[in-house]
Design a protein around this ligand. Structure first.
Ligand code: NAP
Length: 508
């Protein structure tokens, strides 16, 4: 039986980090008991029993042998839940939970006055907004705080990442145990960074697909990848500025590197619409660096105080280092790709002596064409859209050919930089198989799947193949080194990337 030894939550939260609470929903009692056990095994600090999402729940059975402290919640429809019985019955369930010794019960702000405290249970007064961020959030918080409950919970919906700022400032001025979060994908950082702002706890999903509220991060990622429990005001912040950002591998790779090196730092996904204003508004929170990716690499240049020469020439920054409040922009894509290609060259051969065919004239094709031209490599550009391909060819002093013509271009190194062949359309290839011959070096930017159709055909034809994985790991390692001044743990980064890719392909 759990309960007596549970530490009081008031005070000292910021130093100790936040608790991770898994919200439990299940089709039946057996499923609920299993889910609670799984949460305990997975490292949760407590569970929220969403009784309205557990049909036929048996409160006594749920509380009797509980392995973790609990919050008992029975959300009515008006507050986004599924309980549609009488209000008296709902409040009676919460009363019974208190008599059974539940550590917390959660009651909606408009029903607090109808609930009488029983036993040692603590009461959380909660407010939810599933539409957006109410203008009067601060007043709503003060009203909740004035209700005399033990803790207060405010859950709003983030329409844009800037909405998290309101949640953070609410937590910063909270004078009592407070849970504040922004639901939805744009609000994910409010869940991960809750500990930085002294939140009483943060909610997680039991596993992927078991989210009880929009934007909940799986427990394994909260505990393992983000180390969310240990995030404090001293933790350095990093993140990937992107849109969309949900499938980025960068959080897994960079957080593993931070953890391996024992750094008090976390790397979060940042779903950003306006990168320039974003950097200005969020950097004071404690961000020390950013990765920047599609579609913001060009726009973010305008926010930089200094830009390294290659990134300036490309007008594309994929790495931002914050030093003394100033933004320094870099492009690690070119070095990442070229190092990974050089690793695959036969001993004694140099990139500078090769003829390169760059297929694609988008952001990456352009970056690699510039990088190769700067090294003195003879470059030919092939692209679907002629005007774009010709413009790039002119920029770097290269020849342009159409995709149909490229098979006749004499080349030693083929760089496939289009998105063709990427999961889930992995059966496609933009390169005709007849141009693949022994000795040709073939690089494919696509790393999902690891062996694309192009690379498979190239390997069978006796080419030297270079997958986009090495490029990704090298560019991430260079980012890590720019941010931390330490050598990147490349093998850890590569392993995590392979694990994540294996999982993505397994899910397919
Ligand atoms: P982008 O700026 O959108 O450019 C896309 C390129 O692909 C353009 O040249 C486009 O040609 C071409 N393309 C798209 N669909 C095509 C099709 N059906 N047939 C022929 N050409 C097609 O994207 P990007 O930033 O350059 O990225 C390109 C790829 O590289 C993505 O898959 C990305 O994930 C990958 N990448 C990998 C790494 C890594 O670390 N391995 C790093 C960066 C990028 P048009 O000009 O005709 O539209």
């Amino acid at each position: 039986m759990m309960g007596a030894g549970w530490p009081a939550q008031e005070g000292g939260l910021a130093e100790r980090g936040t608790m991770i609470c898994v919200s439990i929903a299940a089709p039946d009692m057996l499923g609920a008991l299993r889910a609670v056990a799984q949460a305990a095994k997975g490292g949760a600090d407590l569970v929220e029993l969403r009784l309205d999402l557990i049909p036929g729940f048996d409160l006594e059975a749920l509380l009797c042998e509980r392995p973790l402290p609990v919050i008992v919640t029975c959300r009515p429809r008006r507050a986004g839940g599924r309980f549609d019985g009488a209000e008296e019955d709902r409040l009676a369930v919460l009363g019974r939970a208190m008599r059974l010794g539940a550590e917390y019960v959660d009651v909606e702000h408009d029903a607090v006055h109808r609930l009488t405290r029983e036993g040692h249970s603590k009461i959380i007064a909660s407010y939810h907004d599933f539409e957006g961020l109410p203008r009067s959030l601060s007043r709503i918080y003060d009203d909740l705080a004035g209700m005399g409950t033990d803790a207060v919970k405010v859950a709003v919906t983030a329409r844009r990442i800037e909405d998290n700022l309101e949640v953070f400032s609410l937590l910063q001025r909270a004078d009592r145990p407070t849970i504040a979060l922004a639901m939805g994908e744009a609000g994910v950082i409010s869940r991960i960074l809750a500990g930085r702002y002294g939140a009483l706890l943060t909610f997680a999903a039991l596993e992927e697909g078991a989210e009880v509220a929009p934007g909940q991060v799986p427990l394994s990622d909260m505990v393992g990848m983000y180390r969310a429990r240990g995030i404090t005001p001293a933790t350095d912040l990093y993140g990937v500025v992107a849109n969309p950002v949900g499938h980025s591998m960068s959080p897994a790779v960079h957080n593993a590197a931070f953890a391996h090196c024992g750094l008090d730092a976390v790397y979060v996904p940042l779903l950003v619409e306006e990168p320039v204003s974003f950097l200005r508004e969020f950097t004071p929170l404690g961000f020390r660096g950013y990765s920047v990716t599609i579609p913001h690499k060009q726009a973010v240049v305008a926010a930089m105080d200094e830009v390294e020469p290659l990134a300036l020439r490309l007008q594309a920054v994929n790495t931002v280092v914050v030093r003394d409040g100033r933004f320094h922009g870099y492009n690690t894509d070119v070095a990442g790709a070229l190092i990974s290609i050089e690793e695959a060259l036969p001993a004694g051969s140099r990139l500078e002596d090769m003829r390169a065919l760059v297929v694609g004239a988008g952001g990456l094709g352009r970056a690699l064409a510039h990088g190769l031209a700067a090294r003195g490599v003879r470059v030919v550009i092939a692209n679907r859209t002629e005007s774009r391909g010709r413009a790039l060819a002119q920029e770097v002093g290269a020849e342009f050919v159409s995709l149909e013509e490229m098979a006749s271009v004499p080349t030693d190194l083929l760089l496939q930089t289009t998105s063709v062949g990427m999961h889930p359309r992995a059966d496609a290839s933009v390169v005709p198989a007849e141009m693949l011959r022994p000795g040709l070096v073939v690089y494919d930017a696509v790393y999902n799947p690891l062996e694309t159709r192009l690379l498979r055909e190239a390997r069978r034809a006796g080419c030297r193949t270079v997958s986009g994985l090495g490029h990704f790991v090298h560019q991430a390692a260079r980012q890590f080194e720019l941010w931390t001044g330490r050598e990147a743990p490349m093998e850890v980064m590569r392993r995590v990337m392979l694990e994540r890719l294996g999982k993505v392909m397994g899910d397919a």
